[in-house]
Design a protein around this ligand. Sequence first.
Ligand SMILES: [Zn+2]
Length: 333
Amino acid sequence: MKHKIKIMITPSTDKPARHLKINTSVALTMLVALVIVNVSFLINTFYSKNVSDTLSHENTVLSENLMMTQDKIDRLEDINANKTDEIAKLKLSIKTSNDFLVDRLLEMEQTQKYVSQLVVLFNDETTSSVEMPISRSFNRLTQASETAAASDTSEIVIVSPDEKLLSEMDALIATDEISLIINEQSNAYKDLVDTLTKQISYLESRPDFYPTNGTFSSPFGYRSDPITGISTLHSGIDISNQVGTAIYAAGSGIVTYSGYDGNFGNVLIIDHGHGYETAYAHCKTLLYAPGDEVSKGEQVAIMGATGRTTGPHLHFEIRYNKTPINPLKIIQK
Ligand SMILES: [Zn+2]
């Protein structure tokens, strides 16, 4: 007789319970099948959980990496922004410096032109040879900027921002050369001013001021002496006027003699430097003493008729390196 398992099914309603009779082997088989299904569910669940954990961990790592990368990008962007600011500031600084220097150089160029014109006038009037302040360095700079300007228009060169910045930095460094040029120019102007100051001093001392008012009564040179009739050198010019007429210094200088001297009567002698001396003879009164400084055009004596003379006049002499020369070659009326 086969073993049977009785299964009672109790419904939740008031219906009567049902009874199932199942063969033992069938029941065992079902039980085993149930166990197998459950175990495989368990294994599957466990495995899935492992996979899920692993994926979750990897996900976390990836998230962290992503955040770090984002941080790096942010920092790089910050650095880049700072560099861009620095570059912009440098460019502005370069431009400002450059504009300033160009303005100064243009001003200097204008001054140079003006001074050159003055020098030409000065040389023409004095037959001097003052050199003009032409700086080769300035020309060199002008040529360089012209070359640069020419190459700017003739060909388009594509440069990376870094190369552009570097070339601009080079230009900035080159401004050291501009400093040198400005120094050179300044020195040239200083020399010129020194020279011109000396020349002005020379012009002030040069005895070219007409020394009195009156009638031109006797020239420089050999003539028949008005008293003896013998041909002798008249070592100056005579200008006649009334006693009391003002006599002026022909140039600035220092009085070296002031007193009575035989034929000359009361005579004043002024040393003008540069080899020039002037003498003012037959004066009534002398207004300065030896050692006094006098200016060109300043009254230094009063006309008279002292010494060997036929009437009131000024005998005026210019001596160059102690030798009398024709005053009309120097004085201007
Ligand atoms: Zn005379």
